[in-house]
Design a protein around this ligand. Sequence first.
Ligand code: ATP
Length: 133
Amino acid sequence: MSKLQLEVVTPDTKVVSEAVDYVSCPGIEGEFGVLPQHVSMLSGLKIGALRYDNDGKHQYVFVSGGFADVNNGVMSVLAESAEIAQDIDTARAQAAKARAEQRLSERGEKVDVVRAEAALQRAVVRIQLAQLR
Ligand code: ATP
């Protein structure tokens, strides 16, 4: 059976490079699934969990921002940040969550609420994903 070549990269590193059976991806307009014969498409990414399946095994990957391009049997995910679930540092995510919650509770003039909410969302998703590994 044919496979889909999944490439997940960030500005710093290559996170995944693997031939897989299926990918579920957090698009800005909702989750979407990609099989090997998928038509060409381009989607923005939201903060969330990408899951890929290979030979009956699931792997979860945290992704934040960027976009996914599907073309000719290759899915390229270019994310602002990404980590496979096993590489998530839970203590770091908990500290980031506490910082973001503190900023949001202050709500002072100097607090960038949108930025703090995004940081909180990244931390919450990382903590959830770390529990799935
Ligand atoms: P922090 O405040 O802890 O840096 P953040 O959400 O602002 O969290 P990002 O901007 O998303 O961090 O990512 C910066 C870099 O740090 C990326 O390379 C990302 O993969 C890595 N990173 C961030 N948080 C974690 C974590 N909990 N575990 C592993 N890597 C992480």
